[in-house]
Design a binder for this molecule. Structure first.
Ligand code: NAD
Ligand code: TYD
Length: 348
């Protein structure tokens, strides 16, 4: 095997697409998926590749340093692509410490183990996957670029910003080879139905209210998850060491417009009269400290590395809805357990 890549968070939403892409495209890489399987991690996301000869799963928590060392040694890890994180803003508002533990301390643990295990740091890459939310909130003008100053506003984005700073500090202080990408909102198969798009699909399917925070006018820039995985592939192989690349969909939508689009598409697909699902829209109390707008200028990765999104939004949304409708068992499995409790407490 030419490389042995540790992908953390590979059982989660984005990680599962990255693991699958790397396994299928690079048969000569060993892919070690390290994940502790929180509520957001699910091995069913990896059914298509679980028996691949170049795939290994390690159920390990980033907070367990001895286990991290064991995994590096046992699998002779040559590179890291780090995605494992607590990822939902609303949960970060109710339990910020969980985000400090996994996103900040977990990342520093991984950096320490990599730095110690890798004898010759110039032979290895530590790729850190981050979010555009570290840049804060935009109003109606402008875009986030790679030089926009960090200004995180939620406990989630503060924890991701801290982890980005640690990665850069390890590059500067110890000479670790690093690269960071900051991506906009992802959507697509395997996303846990607490985030806006899968939550609405799930609720429309079950005739439940569609909770829209505030006036629904907040704006996000949406990217199909497979396009994010493609960007990670490109940056891992061609990105310049020490650089940051913003990844985005060139695709800004107001929340309410997305919810209405989902309603229209699902009425069509479920054979309901147009307008039926829109009646489920319910305006609820706004999220505390709700960021107004995110918008990425992705021209650096586009111009320097030739990456661009491959899928139009309406096509991606249609594929996503189809996937959730076809994967009822997946949806039932992930929404059993304490999902109902979370849902009732959050939307009470
Ligand atoms: P996710 O919540 O779907 O998955 C996270 C995965 O990490 C899960 O499989 C979980 O089990 C695992 N994990 C959590 N804590 C862990 C720990 N302590 N030890 C080991 N494993 C642990 O998240 P996602 O949406 O796939 O996001 C992946 C990464 O991409 C995150 O770093 C996130 O900040 C970043 N990101 C996400 C988005 C988005 O729109 N979802 C956008 C930009 C960047
Ligand atoms: P989310 O999917 O949680 O991603 P993020 O907060 O990381 O951008 O939310 C996307 C947008 O949708 C955000 O502006 C909050 C809003 N939202 C709702 O209006 N209702 C909901 O039930 C959820 C989960 C989000």
């Amino acid at each position: 095997m030419s490389k042995s890549i540790l992908i953390t968070g590979g059982a989660g939403f984005i990680g599962s697409h990255v693991v699958q892409l790397f396994i299928e495209k690079y048969r000569d890489y060993k892919i070690v998926n390290l994940d502790c399987l929180t509520y957001a991690g699910n091995l069913e996301n990896l059914k298509a590749v679980e028996n691949a000869p170049n795939y290994i799963f390690e159920k390990v928590n980033l907070l367990d340093i001895d286990e991290l060392k064991r995994v590096f040694e046992m699998h002779k890890i040559t590179d890291v692509i780090h995605l494992a994180a607590e990822s939902h803003v609303d949960r970060s508002i109710s339990d910020p410490l969980a985000f400090v533990n996994t996103n900040v301390i977990g990342t520093v643990n991984l950096l320490n183990v990599a730095k110690t295990y890798w004898k010759n740091l110039k032979d290895h890459l530590f790729y850190h996957v981050s979010t555009d939310e570290v840049y804060g909130s935009l109003d109606h003008g402008g875009f986030f670029t790679e030089t926009t100053p960090y200004d995180p506003q939620s406990p989630y984005s503060a924890s991701k910003a801290a982890s980005d700073h640690f990665v850069r500090a390890y590059a500067n202080t110890y000479g670790l080879k690093t690269v960071i990408t900051n991506c906009s909102n992802n959507y697509g198969p395997n996303q846990f139905p607490e985030k806006l798009i899968p939550l609405c699909i799930h609720n429309i399917k079950n005739d439940r209210p569609l909770p829209v925070y505030g006036k629904g006018e907040n704006i996000r820039d949406w990217l199909f998850v497979v396009d994010h995985a493609r960007a990670i592939d490109v940056v891992f192989h061609q990105g310049k060491v020490g650089e940051t690349y913003n990844v985005g969909g060139f695709n800004e939508w107001k929340n309410i417009d997305i919810v209405k689009l989902l309603c229209r598409k699902m009425d069509e697909k479920l054979g309901k009269e147009q307008g039926t699902s829109e009646k489920l829209i319910t305006y609820v109390t706004d999220r505390a400290g709700h960021d107004m707008r995110y918008a990425i200028d992705a021209s650096k990765i586009q111009n320097e590395l030739g990456w661009e999104p491959s899928l139009q939004f309406e096509e991606g949304i249609s594929k996503t809805i189809d996937w959730y409708l076809e994967n009822e068992e997946w949806l039932n499995n992930v929404t059993s357990g304490d999902y109902q409790k979370y849902y009732q407490e959050h939307y009470k």
